[in-house]
Ligand binder design. Sequence first.
Ligand code: ASP
Length: 590
Amino acid sequence: MIPRQPAGDLRAGDAARRVRLQGWVGRRRDLGELIFLTVRDRSGIVQVLFDRSRCPSEAVDAAGQARAEDVVEIEGEVVLRAEAQRHKDQPTGDVEVVASRLTFLARSDTPPFLVEDRTNATEELRLQYRYLDLRRPAMQKNLRLRDEIAFRIRQTLHQRGFLEIETPMLTRSTPEGARDFLVPSRVHPGQWYALPQSPQLFKQILMISGMEKYFQIARCFRDEDLRADRQYEFTQIDLEMSFPEEDDVFDTVEAFLAAGFSAAGIETVRPFPRLTFEDAMSRYGTDRPDLRFDLPLTDLSGESAGSGFPPFERALAAGGTVRGLRVPGGAAFSRKRLDELAALAGEHGAAGLVWIKKTAGEVTSPAKKSLTEAALSRLLEKAGVEDGDLLLLVADREKAALASLAALRNAVAREAGLVDERKYAFCWVTEFPLLDQDESTGAWFPMNHPFTSPREEDLPMLESDPGRVRARAYDVVVNGWELGSGSIRIHRADVQERVFRRLGISEAEGKERFGFLLDALRYGAPPHGGIALGLDRICAIAAGATSLREVIAFPKTTSGLDLMTRAPARVPREQLAELGFEPPPGSESA
Ligand code: ASP
């Protein structure tokens, strides 16, 4: 038997070859004497011709029976198409296969949607029939790209001496700030495993175990609200190094990101620029700035003092701030657009949005009546407003002012023509605060997780001024997406205990939850640090996909359902009993 020929690889140079294809039937065009089928496999699609004047009649009859998604085996001869019938936009468009035989390997029911890139199937239908959806060339391309990215990342890390080491799935809770997925123990009734939110503590223990360089393409589980771009289970490129400086982690990550993104033909400019958390917040209002464009915010608190405009005066008197965003050319924005921007600012916590336009030397603004002449010109000058520009202002608590202007900055950049869609602007954000404060309870909680090292020189402020302690923590960001975060860790038991105390974790609780780590830290822990990056996000960006679900073979919906397997599901009564559970009241099947 001649070997199987990948359908998508056929080219003009294959003319006159006899081939054997195995794949799925795509489209069929039946002209009576002539039947055209497209045959698709992972390599692509080719047209097959059944011609009564040239092909055995059994083959033509069989082709007449073929339906979309039947699995067929076809033998035939590759022929060049007439010049006028060549499809230059298709890789196999110069040729077709004139068939001598068609055998059905499996028949298909009528599929609920056409297996083609252009589909009007809803996402629910696509997820329910994921096996059909994954046959679509675009999905095949995404999963191939994902494989190539993961492979190049692995290769880069392996070459740099990182060992890929698996860590347990059934483990104890790790505090990454989300809810755990719990698994009951059958053998130890009343006791629970947690699925890992990340391999954080294991990778630290691996450093204490002398492994020096660890990585893992690791599955992680977090039971948190699934916004459009989250999944309960996701994949991290997780790594940890012993004796590192921040630069060592940065260099490693930049190397594997360059290798990974190159799989999609995306070039990375190294080294990535770095900015501190403080600079990122004051300049862009966010710790994940989109640096494809600059468009900085301006602190206008000084210029707003004594401005006579009540919202400004009130915000400043309450210890807040006035920040502005100059939108080049924004004076052309309509009232409707300005209302939309005000609504967007509101969604991000701002009590209001003030705008000032300058056109042909004329200044217009709803605030013009209350603002003193002097304040108005101070504001415009400090913000660098030129003719044709718009100035957006938010007077509020600092958090709300920055968050809302950061959202406005992203929203207006595209309209202002400032976003180069072909650009990938990577950066590092460094020197995050160690702790954040809950505004209602006043409690301190870790910005990252409780194993992040404070900067040595800030340690004395841990008790006296915790909000000012900076961490040796960093994030890697591209085009406004946080790709990953990490830190140099605490490697001394006494410092770890101090941080626990600051977080309100008592000695007893620390022992109970993290005793194994505290013990390990007492047996000679090397300085260590690492990072974890979201592989799903990296693949989505590289594929130009709008959702993570486009680069995950079997994702869940935003309400956490697997529509194909119908998980979550009830389980038989006996299975529950074995685990020591009663069936929930009112459930018959369980
Ligand atoms: N474990 C952290 C996370 O999952 C990453 C790290 O600090 O390495 O976000």
